[in-house]
Design a protein around this ligand. Structure first.
Ligand code: ADP
Ligand code: ADP
Ligand code: MG
Length: 445
């Protein structure tokens, strides 16, 4: 097992990983930006080092600074969390070269799946249904032909896109050429890769994803699904497991396909296969996330498996101690993302000092966050400041528990989306589980 791990991230996920390490007897090294001098992850870790300025390019994406700290402190592994360097194949390969274990799949697998268009063709070859669209990246004329064949509306997607960015909706053929030029320029600016591909825009659809975990010994275990259809601007807001929308036979097929997808790429570690599911129950692969997911606690609640600990163990070469037949799903779990933003002002991000904080408690209530009283939320990073997760025997009870817990949560000093989350939880389509990705307006632009 690793004796010391560097956590190349910040916020709640850095705290989550440090906690897992502490329980496992592994020493922790935190890195932080100047703005994060007082951040919780920096004080919870055994050692902490400032690696640069406030912008992520200067600090959390500064590969050389991070690797230098790992070398100097003798950390034998780096956990990248999610976002930032988690799906950066160059960083994974630099770690490999420095003989530091990157806690995630190989650089080769990250490259394959990070290229969303190549991922589509790998899945297609493996017999997994994909959304109708391009076979490879397309130039403007090819792309238009594909769009005409698939039928409008279509999405133009950045090959290297992620985090809900790099997706453009084209409703009508007359708008296609202009949209294509915009999408290409946007993709180039955001991901330093202008390549795009086309997908038919499916609606209404559910976003249902499947969690898998794989070790070095060809063991692939599926840990169930999460319904992540509550989204705004293609970013998830509320996630739940199980999805009451899936019938047993569709669920079974999706699990089998997720396992096949992992095997098709020789996957190792935790990963998520994202699918869209239409009203007839047809499902289509959209992408694979080769990392720990924001919403992983939902799966932990219904399986009883600590995904971060197992992610660390399999990275260290341990064999999974459970097989598919050992996995039992119990009860229902829901997660709400608490964002520092103002829903009444077009979700404008909010920064400032936390003047009052009360965290809800009680049985099966979990709050993953890096907030504390008097902490100053800096303006430089992702607006998600916490995740409230509840677990109960039934979905109805879980919804009631989430509402009661949200009511109890007090965060003063910054704007946040608590009331907005409450509105969604009370929506009839959330209550009956029929909601699709367009429930929250502003979905795919
Ligand atoms: P999940 O699929 O785990 O729900 P999200 O899509 O919400 O993850 O992304 C998690 C975090 O990672 C967010 O902060 C998001 O902005 C960021 N992120 C993910 N992929 C990328 C990417 N390719 N480029 C920039 N940010 C990304
Ligand atoms: P990212 O890498 O940014 O997470 P995804 O390809 O996973 O991008 O798409 C993000 C979201 O956009 C999905 O969860 C879904 O809501 C929507 N979306 C993506 N592809 C399609 C599609 N072909 N039809 C309808 N909605 C889609
Ligand atoms: Mg996605």
């Amino acid at each position: 097992m690793f004796h010391k791990i560097l956590i190349a991230n910040r916020g709640e996920i850095a705290v989550r990983i440090i906690r897992a390490c502490k329980e496992m007897g592994i020493s922790t090294v935190a890195v932080y930006s100047q703005a994060d001098r007082d951040a919780l992850h920096a004080s919870l870790a055994d050692e902490s080092y400032c690696i640069g300025g406030n912008r992520v390019g200067e600090s959390y994406l500064n590969m050389m600074a991070i690797l230098s700290v790992a070398e100097l402190t003798g950390a034998s592994a780096i956990h990248p969390g999610y976002g930032l360097l988690a799906e950066n194949a160059k960083f994974a390969s630099l770690c490999e070269k420095c003989n530091i274990k990157f806690i995630g799949p190989s650089a080769e697998v990250i490259t394959k799946m990070g290229d969303k268009d190549q991922a589509r063709s790998i899945m297609k070859k493996a017999g997994i249904p994909i959304v109708e669209g391009s076979d490879g990246v397309a130039d403007e004329n090819e792309a238009l032909k594909i769009a005409q064949k698939a039928g409008f509306p279509v999405l133009i997607k950045a090959r290297s896109g992620g985090g809900g960015k790099g997706i453009r909706l084209v409703e009508k053929e007359k708008d296609f050429k202009k949209a294509f030029a915009f999408a290409t320029a946007e993709a180039q600016a955001a991901f330093s890769d202008g390549a795009v591909y086309v997908e038919k825009f499916l609606r209404p659809v559910k976003h249902i994803e499947v969690q898998i975990i794989c070790d070095d010994y060809n063991n692939v275990v599926c840990l169930g699904e999460r319904d992540c259809s509550i989204q705004r601007n293609n970013q998830k807001i509320i996630e739940e497991s199980p999805s009451i929308f899936l019938d047993a036979s569709t669920r079974k097929k999706m699990f089998e396909d997720a396992i096949n997808a992992a095997k098709a790429v020789g996957y190792r570690g935790v990963g998520t296969i994202e699918f869209l599911v239409d009203s007839q129950g047809n499902y289509y692969f959209i992408e694979m996330n080769t990392r720990l997911q924001v919403e992983h606690p939902v799966t932990e609640m219904v399986t009883g498996i600590d995904l971060v600990k197992w992610q660390i163990r399999v990275a260290a070469g341990k064999e999974l101690a459970f097989s598919q037949k050992d996995i039992n799903f119990f009860g229902h779990a829901i997660e709400c993302r608490i964002n520092a933003e103002n829903p009444d002002k077009n979700f404008m991000p909010s920064a400032g000092k936390i003047t009052l904080l009360h965290i809800p408690g009680g049985p099966w209530v979990r709050f993953d966050s890096a907030l504390y009283q008097d902490y100053f939320v800096p303006p430089f990073y992702d607006s998600m400041v916490g995740k409230l997760i509840v677990h109960a025997a039934t979905r109805e009870e879980a919804i009631r528990k989430m509402k009661a817990s949200l009511c109890e949560l007090v965060i003063e000093g910054i704007d946040h989306n608590k009331d907005f989350l409450m509105d969604i939880l009370s929506h009839p389509k959330f209550e009956d589980g029929t909601y699709t990705t367009d429930l929250v307006t502003g979905g795919v632009r």
